[in-house]
Design a protein around this ligand. Structure first.
Ligand code: SF4
Length: 226
């Protein structure tokens, strides 16, 4: 049996139409557009994973931004969340440049692969439980292919998805910035939590540059200690 590749998986993801509400919304956003981007062709499809196909760190976000990755077609690219994430990845040595504006901007990642809990932009940034369940098999397949040593969960939704995938029912596992757990009774993959780099968190100071840098330093330390 041939092993599935991330390219094969991503080709399947971008054709997905499992969630009628999200299919309608992603296409509506792509049709109406934001005024500043009215001359651009929006991606308007599910956003595939992006990064190093041999990464030891899998980063799980929430869902595409309406005028960020739903426009550009690449995770965290073209919006404020990416404007906070990629400089941090660059400072930590995981990215070759701090900027992410389009799919052909030359950005490459080393040892980090980005995925999401839902691959299509949801209204109000809120996928329903059913939509998250529909999308979960893609994340499971990312995990199967990559077998990451560290999973960085950006936000509580991503953390809860990872717990669900791994059937973790330990009530002591709670989401919090910097919270760290290890799967398989302390022998497996590390799960490291971070606040999501959304403007809601970064503009209010809930997530600072220093706090975010500490997450990536910790991820690197965990990766290197494996
Ligand atoms: S959110 Fe996921 S499961 Fe739903 S349509 Fe998009 S890619 Fe498919």
């Amino acid at each position: 049996m041939t092993l599935e590749s991330l390219d094969q998986l991503n080709n399947e993801i971008i054709q997905c139409r499992k969630c009628p509400r999200l299919v309608a919304w992603r296409e509506e956003v792509a049709r109406v557009k934001r005024k500043a981007y009215r001359d651009q062709e929006y991606w308007g499809k599910p956003v595939p994973g992006f990064g190093d196909h041999t990464a030891r760190i899998l980063v799980v976000g929430l869902a595409p931004g309406a005028h960020g990755s739903n426009r550009t077609g690449r995770n965290f690219t073209g919006d404020a969340s990416g404007g906070f994430l990629y400089p941090a990845l660059y400072r930590a040595g995981f990215a070759n440049q701090p900027t992410a504006v389009s799919c052909d901007d030359g950005l490459t990642l080393k040892d980090v692969y980005l995925a999401a809990s839902a691959r299509c932009v949801p209204p109000d940034n809120k996928p329903t439980p059913e939509e998250l369940n529909n999308c979960q098999p893609y994340l499971e397949r990312d995990l199967d292919i990559l077998k990451p040593w560290v999973i960085v969960c950006l936000g509580k939704v991503a953390f809860e998805r990872i717990l669900r995938i791994h059937s973790v029912r330990n009530s002591a596992w709670k989401f919090g910035h910097g919270a760290l757990y290890q799967l398989d009774a302390g022998r497996g993959t590390w799960v490291l939590c971070s606040y999501h780099p959304s403007q809601q968190n970064t503009l209010t100071g809930k997530l600072t540059v220093k706090m975010f840098d500490e997450i990536w330093a910790k991820a690197r330390e965990l990766m290197q200690n494996e």
